[in-house]
Write a protein that binds this ligand. Structure first.
Ligand code: PEP
Ligand code: MG
Length: 585
């Protein structure tokens, strides 16, 4: 096939070269074939066996539900078990095998499609939604029949796996996390935006990735040779030998540059004029602390605790118990060896649903997300708060609350933390009574009413990913509006600068933990705004440190003041470019 090039949104830098591995949902992978009459009963039994296996799976999930899990979870499993036993699923597909000689997968899918079409006709929105339950049950059976259609190849760190390029229509953040222990060369997806959580996880894996490619998963075939240029957002399929050679050279050069940066690991992050800067790590799982320590992070500035809750093995809706969470938090605290660990309470919702299929909110980014969800689920929230507090007995822990906007949310959160403390005291369990409590500033309303936060919080952390999303009213995960996602929009810069300035004047520590903090092209801009704490993926830390070591605040600060007075996006972009070039090494 002739070589061709696709353009998308660059989300994780670097060059990857390898063969395409296409990930498809189980339903897309289904083989269609007719079976000979003498094998009909064997095929019927194969389907019956798969249905029985799923019954057992559901039973195991039910039995393993923690005692404190919400009642809806049990009910949810019951509904799936009922659907599975219904003759529409348990018998009709068997008849299709017997009468039409379809293979088991095809027969099941035919019936699921038929039922889905009937549900589409239903007027009642609630009932119409039940279609997804049927489809999920169908997916489960299909996965058993096909032997897990979406299984990842054994990415065991061997050279072969390292060169594999994953191509998919979409990858959920939870699935992306499963790639952590597998060595893949890169990722390409049809959907997604610059700072969708899938993109963020790709970046934390330090693997070149391009998202928002519209139809790459249709155009790229299994085993095609693929080059990902993660800087330009370009994917080249079946490259010519000359292009391949050119990219191999670029790849080697990047590797050499990265090796050079390795020398900065032990060096403190101090600007030329002698100002100390704190560089912290963003992590998803306690195991990420190893990378954080290796990169020389001074602590964890953001532990996205929701990743402990998402994509749970076997059944996504099973929440981790208080003890299980405590173990994870304590593990992170121990791994950081006395350096502070900032644990953010559950930020579930938007593009990080507990269960993809459960998403019912019309507009999830504006829905029951993060602290809103936690305040609506007080028992679950209290369990998490107790787990975090208990971990604080083992080393410095800070507690960070996402998505606060209202005074009553601050007050309720603080009251619940006190309640969790009282529960632990009653139970005779240890914790740090002076644990610092902080707020994420990531909703424009919060940035615009900062004195309300400064008065009640011990520290602040600016979540630029959401601050940009909500200020510019664009869904950060939607590739169709990705071109509008601009960290340099004057409105964003205004909110950032004023938050840093007001917090600093009030003597409250303020960090940035959104993706802007790890983008070395924005380091000087943030320094000039007065930022002294940056939290980012460990993989970005040395490049940012390199920028800091070459920056002089006496020169930068006046230039940034000028940038902040501008409302011309082109002029801002140009001025930031110049800022980065001044005295560059
Ligand atoms: C942010 O919004 O900038 C942030 C750090 O949180 P998350 O990306 O997890 O929403
Ligand atoms: Mg956020």
């Amino acid at each position: 096939m002739a070589s061709f090039t696709l353009h998308g949104i660059p989300v994780s830098r670097g060059i990857a070269i390898g063969r395409a591995h296409l990930l498809a949902p189980a339903a897309l992978d289904v083989k269609h074939y007719l079976i000979p009459q003498e094998q009909v009963e064997a095929e019927v039994q194969r389907l019956q066996k798969a249905i029985a296996t799923v019954h057992k799976e559901l039973q195991t999930i039910w039995n393993d539900l923690p005692k404190d899990s919400p009642a809806e979870l049990g009910a949810f499993i019951d509904v799936h078990a009922l659907i599975l036993s219904d003759p529409m699923i348990a018998e009709v597909p068997l008849d299709i095998i017997r009468t039409r000689f379809y293979n088991a997968e095809w027969a099941l899918l035919t019936q699921i499609d038929e039922l889905s079409a009937q549900f589409d006709e239903i007027e009642d929105a609630y009932l119409r939604e039940r279609k997804s339950d049927i489809q999920q049950v169908g997916e489960r059976v299909l996965k058993v029949l096909t032997g897990s259609a979406n299984a990842l190849p054994a990415g065991d760190g061997s050279e072969g796996a390292g060169r594999m390029i994953v191509v998919a229509h979409d990858i959920s953040p939870a699935d992306m996390l499963r790639f952590k222990d597998r060595a893949f060369g890169g990722f390409v997806t049809d959907l997604g935006g610059q700072n969708s959580h899938t993109a963020i996880v790709a970046r934390s894996l330090d693997i070149p990735a391009v998202v928002g490619m519209y139809n790459a998963s249709m155009l790229i075939r299994q085993d095609d040779w693929v080059i990902i240029d993660g800087d330009a957002g370009v994917v080249i399929v079946d490259p010519t030998p000359a292009v391949l050679e050119q990219y191999r050279e670029r790849q080697a050069r990047l590797l050499r540059e990265r090796k050079k940066l390795g020398k900065l690991k032990k060096m403190p992050a101090v600007t030329k004029d002698g100002t100390e800067i704190t560089l912290l790590a963003n992590i998803e799982l306690p195991e990420d602390c190893t990378a954080a320590m290796e990169a020389g992070a001074m602590g964890v500035g953001l532990f996205r605790s929701e990743y402990l809750f998402m994509g749970r093995a076997g059944f996504v809706n099973k929440l981790p118990s208080e003890d299980e969470q405590f173990e994870s938090y304590r593990q992170a605290v121990a791994a950081m060896k006395g350096r502070p660990v900032t644990i953010r309470t559950l930020d579930i919702g938007a593009d990080k649903p507990l269960d993809m299929a459960e998403q019912t909110s019309l507009n999830p980014a504006l829905g029951l997300r993060a602290i809103r969800f936690c305040l609506a689920e007080p028992q679950m929230f209290l369990a998490q708060l107790r787990a975090i507090l208990r971990a604080s007995a083992y080393g410095p822990v800070k507690l960070l609350i996402p998505m606060l906007a209202h005074a009553f949310e601050i007050d309720q959160s603080l009251a619940m933390i006190e309640q969790a403390k009282a529960q632990l005291r009653d139970a005779g369990k240890k914790f740090d009574p002076l644990i610092p409590i902080g707020a994420m500033i990531e909703i424009p309303a919060a940035a615009l009413t900062l004195p309300m936060f400064v008065k009640k919080m011990d520290f602040l952390s600016i979540g630029t990913n959401d601050l940009i999303q909500y200020t510019l009213a664009i869904d950060r995960a939607d590739h169709e509006v990705a071109h509008l996602y601009n960290p340099l929009h004057p409105a964003v810069l205004y909110l950032l600068a004023s938050t840093i300035s007001i917090a600093t004047k009030a003597g409250i520590p303020v960090a940035v933990c959104g993706e802007m903090a790890g983008d070395m092209k924005l380091t000087r801009l943030l320094l000039g705004m007065g930022l002294r704490e940056f939290s980012m993926h460990p993989t970005q830390l040395l490049a940012v440190k390199h920028e800091i070591l070459n920056s002089d605040l006496n020169e930068i600060t006046p230039s940034v003041k000028k940038i902040l007075r501008s409302f011309d996006p082109m002029a801002i972009a140009e001025a930031v470019n110049q800022l980065n070039q001044a005295g560059a090494v």
